[in-house]
Ligand binder design. Structure first.
Ligand code: ZN
Length: 415
């Protein structure tokens, strides 16, 4: 069979440049049950590339979405930070868009309704779109959020539009990076957003990923890693304008963009305000060129050496080490760095749907966080370092009794 060149997910260019190769890894959220422990695990290549034409950083492999997302374990409500941010954001949009009982708020990948509940409680109509059946059920049954268990794209958007369901506000948190059909999602947004409506989209920021060596946010669900430059080109292709942008600390550093509906005029306005400033900044640090992404791989390698040295030293002293956070991030880090049962005794996680299962590839048992106090391992490797403040506060009792946390990123430190 002839080699089919990989095309850019945004602009279709074929001349993609390598940035980092993480080898073959199992799916980062495919937690194992006890019965599955003996079965072989499917692995997929994880190759990061840069598109010189539209500046999008992306991975080459697309695992079919129905394999990735049919049973999903990330319940947003298990993070206090996420829930508090969601409430503040909803309050802000209710004010700025003057939302009321005639309005409609749509969320793409609405998870367990953690965000839409804040509109719903105020009597503002909402529709959640969540492809993971187990999570859509939580949203419907526990929060009363009308939730369509589907993938969002052009087809669903056209159907909503056809039934007169146009949105005043569309939320899409960490959805663009997951979209197998990137242009389809953005086209879908252009179809269902009212001309004066606003789409509020959050994506992990590629600048933070590179600067802080957050290579563990790279896994098969995250197909793209955005700069504002890449986002601007993507939305402009669909006649949508990014009116405002904010850098927010969530998930190790993200961009929140505010996109206004297509008003039918052929010409997009030139970027202004914060958007123009950040685009200029990106041009200054070469976010639109390959040069910025060179050297990332060797920094990740140094990080690996530092962490392995620290862990080996602790094991040599007979210390017991557990891990916190059976997250997709953690899976990338453990699998790529080759850290498993020889080093870690178990993993704890607050999410009750994860407890009792095993981590992908490394097959560490997942317990409730209380296990840390029961067993008092001397060290805990914090895999969900992006929620470090929150978790360290929750684990005060463990720390008071002498337990220490190892934070692996952006550089190894013990707290
Ligand atoms: Zn491209």
């Amino acid at each position: 069979m002839p080699d089919v060149p990989t095309r850019c997910r945004s602009c279709g260019a074929v001349d993609l440049r390598p940035v980092l190769s993480l080898g073959r890894t199992p799916l980062a959220n495919a937690l194992r049950t006890a019965e599955q422990l003996e079965e072989p695990e499917q692995t997929y290549p994880l190759e990061v590339v840069f598109c010189p034409r539209c500046a999008l950083v992306q991975i080459t492999e697309t695992v079919p979405p129905e394999v990735l997302f049919s049973e999903y374990f990330y319940l947003s409500s298990f993070s206090d930070t996420v829930v508090q941010n969601a409430e503040a954001l909803a309050r802000r949009l209710i004010g700025s868009q003057a939302l009321g009982p005639e309005s409609l708020v749509l969320e793409i990948a609405s998870n367990d309704g953690y965000l839409l509940q804040h509109y719903h409680h105020k009597g503002i109509p909402v529709i959640g779109i969540e492809p993971a059946a187990n999570i859509a059920r939580v949203a419907r049954e526990e929060r009363g959020i009308p939730t369509r268990c589907e993938f969002f794209g052009e087809r669903l958007a056209a159907e909503l539009r056809g039934s007169g369901k146009l949105a005043d506000v569309i939320h899409g948190n960490n959805v663009l990076a997951h979209a197998a059909d990137l242009n389809g999602v953005v086209r879908g947004i252009s179809l269902v957003l009212k001309p004066r409506g606003v789409a509020v989209i959050e994506v992990p920021y590629v600048k933070d990923l590179i600067d802080h060596c957050e290579f563990d946010t790279i896994y098969h669900e995250h197909l793209c890693y955005f700069s504002l430059t890449a986002l601007w080109r993507l939305f402009a292709r669909h006649g949508l304008e990014i009116r405002d942008v904010e850098r927010i600390p969530i998930h190790g550093g993200s961009l929140r963009i505010f996109v206004t509906g297509a008003d039918g005029s052929a010409e997009l306005e030139a970027p202004a305000g914060a958007v123009a400033r950040l685009l200029d900044e990106e041009a200054a640090w070469s976010g639109d060129s390959e040069a910025f992404y060179r050297g990332f791989g060797s920094r990740v390698e140094r990080l690996r050496e530092d962490l392995l040295r620290l862990l080996a030293g602790l094991k040599a002293q007979g210390k017991r080490i557990a891990a916190y956070g059976a997250s997709a991030k953690g899976s990338t880090l453990l699998n790529y760095f080759g850290i498993g049962r020889e080093t870690l005794d178990f993993v704890v996680d607050r999410s009750t749907v994860k407890q009792g299962r095993y981590t992908p590839g490394t097959r560490l048992p997942i317990h409730a966080p209380e296990r840390l106090l029961e067993e008092m391992p001397e060290y805990v490797l914090l895999l969900t370092w992006n929620f470090a403040d929150e978790i360290l506060a929750q684990q005060e009792a463990y720390r008071r009794r002498g337990g220490r946390f190892i934070i692996p990123i952006p550089e190894c430190r013990v707290v």
